[in-house]
Ligand binder design. Structure first.
Ligand code: PMP
Length: 417
């Protein structure tokens, strides 16, 4: 079995700490420790300013709101909340999800078109399970979400990056990638895209580019998986309407409550064309029987009994202030570098001088009490050594400033060597 270099149970000298090692399925070779996850232990030490993870600032959510929703939920729906539910998720929640999607231009869908999941990571896993045979091609942005890359690898997909510019996916590159894969006799199963405030780059696909990408995918018969956990968290202008708002047959739309409510509730959703939806429900049932009834009812009560739109505005204000603090600090302390200016979401993407390796530099950074996410984790093909993702979602503006100052010391120190 192929062995990952990050598999801690297998030693190169032949010493094998896991007695079951030889029994694992071949696809587990794709299950490697994510660089982001490995960072969590270091970055969570209180003295370290972590610009690494992508955790939302849940403290901006008044506890009282959740307490009230929880109490009401147990009073009104306690018996159902403690019971198994259906594989598609509870209909009352699916109806409220329609209100959320309508904000991004998705109208005309019905609650029956929606499937709830255990976060959108679960949805990514289910969709990959439904479509990918080993070697099938998945196209995605350059760079892209580390968690999706991990899932795709675990199903032995042939993951291929498509270049982006400041308007999102490059159309010629996308077309060329589709044709190249087909010329090699490969099945192109879907395009995975994060059009709003992309993780890790913060880039947003323009309205015109969405139309063009969709038209190309319709012409070429390629399904689009539109992953949109950050869309409502814009800072200045709302993002253009979802790609799904333009077409209901070629787009599988993924949403999540992780960033606008709480990742701890683990509730996400998929809006899918009819045939795929039926398969998705079967896939949910075969993997977890049904998503958590308790958590779905909690989210439903939250949506029905509180001003969730105002709460999203509060989150947006907080993140906007932190984005501004991050950009100002970069200008002040690292003016020689370049970075993206996100109009929403949690991240900016920094280009380092070619001579630097962000992964190798990380131990030095953590010694200086700052953490970031090295660029390489966001590429399936080993690129990204001279990039890093900085997250501004969790630290306060003062801590962001301190973190960037420390980072500047590290970077300038490396350049002097
Ligand atoms: N997609 C993207 C682009 C993400 O950034 C994340 C979380 N960081 C997810 C999906 C997974 O989110 P969830 O908590 O809903 O599983």
């Amino acid at each position: 079995m192929p062995v990952s270099s990050q598999d801690s149970t297998h030693q190169p000298g032949g010493l094998n700490l896991d007695p079951w090692y030889d029994n694992y399925a071949r696809r587990t070779a794709g299950l490697t420790v994510s660089e982001v996850r490995a960072l969590f232990a270091v970055a969570s030490r209180p003295e370290v300013v972590s610009l690494a993870g992508g955790s939302p600032f849940v403290s901006a959510l008044p506890e009282e709101l959740i307490h009230r929703a929880f109490k009401r939920m147990m009073k009104e729906h306690g018996a159902e909340a403690l019971q198994y539910g259906g594989g598609q998720g509870i209909v009352q929640l699916r109806e409220r999800i329609l209100d959320l999607m309508a904000i991004e231009g998705i109208t005309g869908a019905s609650a029956d078109d929606v499937v709830t999941t255990t976060g959108s990571q679960h949805a990514i896993d289910l969709v990959t399970k439904l479509f990918i045979n080993p070697g099938d091609v998945i196209l995605l942005e350059t760079p892209s979400y580390v968690g999706a890359l991990g899932t795709f690898k675990s199903y032995e997909a042939d993951v291929r990056h498509v270049d982006m510019d400041e308007e999102g996916l490059n159309l010629e590159a996308l077309e060329a990638a589709i044709h190249k894969a087909r010329a090699e006799g490969k099945a192109v199963k879907f395009l995975y895209t994060i059009p709003n405030f992309n993780n890790p780059t913060g880039v947003t696909m323009s309205a015109a580019r969405r139309r063009e990408v969709l038209d190309l995918c319709i012409r070429e018969d390629v399904l689009i998986v539109e992953d949109n956990p950050y869309g409502l968290l814009y800072f200045d202008e709302p993002a253009p309407n979802a790609i799904r708002s333009l077409d209901e047959d070629h787009v599988l739309y993924l949403g999540s409550f992780s960033k606008i409510l709480s990742p701890g509730v683990r509730v996400g959703y998929v809006l899918a064309p009819h045939g795929i939806r039926e398969k998705l429900i079967l896939a949910v049932e075969s993997s977890i029987l049904s998503p958590s009834s308790l958590n779905q009812w909690l989210v439903t009560e939250y949506l029905e009994g509180s001003d969730w739109r105002a709460q999203i505005d509060t989150f947006r204000g907080t993140y906007r202030e932190r984005r501004d603090a991050m950009l100002l600090a970069l200008e002040e302390y690292l003016p020689q570098l370049s970075w993206t200016v996100p109009n929403g979401g949690f991240f900016t993407w920094v280009q380092l001088p070619q001579s630097l390796d962000s992964k190798q530099m990380l131990p030095r950074a953590t010694k200086e009490l700052v953490a970031y996410t090295p660029g390489t984790g966001f590429y399936a093909d080993g690129r990204g050594h001279d990039k890093m993702r900085l997250s501004f979602s969790l630290p306060t503006p003062e801590r962001i400033r301190l973190g960037v100052r420390r980072l500047a010391n590290v970077i300038n120190g490396e350049l002097e060597i």
